[in-house]
Design a protein around this ligand. Sequence first.
Ligand code: F0G
Length: 564
Amino acid sequence: MEFKLNIEAPKSWTHVVREVPHVTADQRRRALQATHYNEFAFPAGMLYIDCLSDSGTTSMTDTQWAAMFLADESYGRNKGYYVLLDAFRDLWERGDDQVRLINYMKEGVDRDDVEKMMNDVYLKDYEGGFINGGQFQLSRPNTFIVPQGRCAETLLFDVLKPLFARRWPGKVFTIPSNAHFDTTEGNIKQMGNVPRNLFHKEILFEVPESGHYDVNPFKGNMDIDKLNQLLDAVGVENVPLIYTTVTNNSVCGQAVSMQNMREVSAIAHKHGIPYVMDGARWAENCYFIKMNEPGYADKSIAEIAKEMFSLFDVVSASLKKNGHANMGGLLAFRDKGLFWQKFSEFNEDGSVKTDIGHLLKVRQISAYGNDSYGGMSGHDIMALCQGLYEEARFDYQDERVKQCQYLADGLTRNGVPIVQPAGGHGIYVDVDRFFDYKRNHESFAGQALSLEMVHRYGIRCSELGDFSMEYDLKTPEQQKEVCNVVRLAINRSQFSKQHMDYIIAALTQLYKDRDTIPNLKITFGHNLPMRHFHAWLEPYAPTEEEMADKSNYSYWKTWTPDQF
Ligand code: F0G
């Protein structure tokens, strides 16, 4: 017999504690001024809660720390390399039928049974998937370990740039997505091509009257009509890749349905265009599919992942999110698949002249290290191996996604305009609505909101709107694709309910005091690529018209930068 309460039983407890110092608002204001109001430059050691990014910020499990002791730092073929490659096969391609080679190391098989290690691990061949193994990783390399996600992007576009220039001189290509992350956009632009973000902006900011969705509406989906229109307008021959980001980080961390990926995959393949997954948050997305999409309730996260990955030709992933690790990234393409066929060069007799995998491997070795560590330490590789399995645990994902939703619901209840439902890795403030649609696109008020959270309450958020998505530098068409939001990213396995309640209280109070939030102007680095990482800002008072409630105007009349 089960004894039920209307509250869930805990799923973990704290094992190691990090104490935070007491910091005053005056001290934070001094630090903001000294760092030119650039939130990336604000010292983390002066914060109570850092919601800047969920990337690499994970508190790892005891099992991950233990796995790090099993690592070795060999320059060629450390043991973790084999185990990591097989963890990808297990979690992305084998569903419930997993091998878990990592257990060989936990159980000492690597010490006691060399013959088994040779047959099952070191010399075993794999081909046909995203992760070749044994001799095939030498003859047709298709898996590239890198330190983080943007390295995978740079690796891909560094190799494609000269290849495109040689094959199609002078051409500008368009690369659509349900929404690119800022570094992906940056990499595409630096290659001279045009990124496009084709999500459903119309439904993104809708909130049901109850404030709550019973079933997740998959707001992260690609807008299929927009994709078809774009393909018609620019011509399929000018679209070399189509991306889907899961979950859709730039679109408020919203989930993408299997149905949507199936449709986009079919369109891409109809036109012979390789379909690329930005898989930074693959496991969270699989959880959303399980909980919300008909037909998936009884499937495990790994089974859903198997189906999801089968729709793609390329995976580009930061593993600092759904690797439950502090470091890691991967670029992989399907062995002999569409990407390989399209970008390798072949002789007339069909034999391979230049294998795109070899070009990528040369670049990987030049920039990051040889293929078996790719710029990662052996210890980080082992933490990642274990972390990938942790991410696929239902209980873990359930607790994580519900924590984000708890934060979202608390804010919605207090009237703070945020996007509902919560994303898989945080919540997003609807900046235009927060400021009653009074602040214009060049006021960068979202960034100011974010800085005021630092100043007043010691909570760092991240602006992912007009300032960092470079609204003022975009074409009118691209401007429509910017979501003016501020994100509070929730670090994995790190925060308690008290952290969530503190954030709810702080953001609610700041919303009430929104007329005391300044505007910002950029004083340095306006046109630098990815300017939010290095631009300097300066606060100034909004005009009387820009303020919803003018009762605080006297505050601004006497305002000087020192007061911020
Ligand atoms: N793609 C997505 C969807 C991302 O969210 C990120 C990083 C990257 C690529 C780049 O990966 O940081 O490992 O180089 N997102 C972090 C964030 C930084 O805060 O959302 P990276």
